[in-house]
Ligand binder design. Sequence first.
Ligand code: SAH
Ligand code: TRP
Length: 333
Amino acid sequence: MTKPHRIDMHVDPINREESLISDVQQGLSQRPRSLPPKWFYDAAGSELFEAITRLPEYYPTRTERALLRECASEIASLTHAETLVELGSGSSEKTQLLIDALLAAGTLTTYVAQDVSESALLGAMNDIADRYPTLDLHGVVSDFSAGDFRDGLRSLPHYPDSLLAFLGGTIGNLVPEERAHFFAAVRQKLKPGEHLLVGVGLIAEETDMIAAYDDAEGVTARFNRNVLDVLNRELGADFPVDKFRHVAVWDRANSWIEMRLRAVEAMTVEVKRAELSLHLAEGEEIRTEISAKFDLGSFLAELEVAGFSRVTDWRDPMNRFALILVNAVPASI
Ligand code: SAH
Ligand code: TRP
């Protein structure tokens, strides 16, 4: 007998405006000026990101999807997960491949999805509920980076035999220090023997990497500028959005693609609710996102330092993306 599905939605009581104001005050007054990437993802931003994933230039999504198609059943038999927990789940579209495999293996009972974008999470949960009537579903709208990731992960429910998934190369959007905090917090969250599956962008041809973040149609440019629409709407700012150029550069020393918004002319912007008056010179830039690309070996080394041990990994034939499965090792005594 199939039991009726259950969806449980939880919205973290974060004060969005307060936290946006403090991020804007801090990020826009320092040099280089920067904004944290989570503010890209209002409803419009989440839709633009989905459009990015369908662009011919944006190879990460379809590469990761192909890898998942290939290895999902192996992941299911290696992990025997009862619960799949996903951070930054977005549309959860590729995740269905994992869910299919874990259900076929007969172990999965629960899917927990977490995202800062309420609209993306609601849409994903509705799709998943329609497709998988027997699965218990738990959606959490929250910021996984809260309190150096510790608070962000603590607010997630933990079930036995969890597989925690962090897909899409989103790990690359964290700077090295944040990455270390992230891995430490995830390790704390998991019991020894439980698994973490990470999707990571590998260092590829520079022209391919740049094109993935600067497509011909200008969808990524619109996505990038959308963060200014968010500030205009939510903080009463007056950024002249069309006076900013989307810039994507490969920073070889840091091994990351850096996304910036460049003011095409000098301007003074008022960010009313942050009580901030911002003067930008012509050509001045705001850093909006990094997307680090990795060497598999050094990425695995970071995971090992954090208390994980490699189970296996999968790479596409062009070596542009990897899925890495690790398990939590007991803390040393
Ligand atoms: N996993 C999906 C989406 C990747 S895009 C995929 O592979 O296609 C990055 C996702 O992370 C977005 O859905 C965004 O809303 C979410 N995100 C970004 N920063 C976040 C944060 N601090 N806390 C929670 N979710 C975040
Ligand atoms: N996690 C995605 C990535 O780094 C996010 C992303 C894709 C993105 N395209 C972008 C972020 C453009 C900012 C701008 O690949």
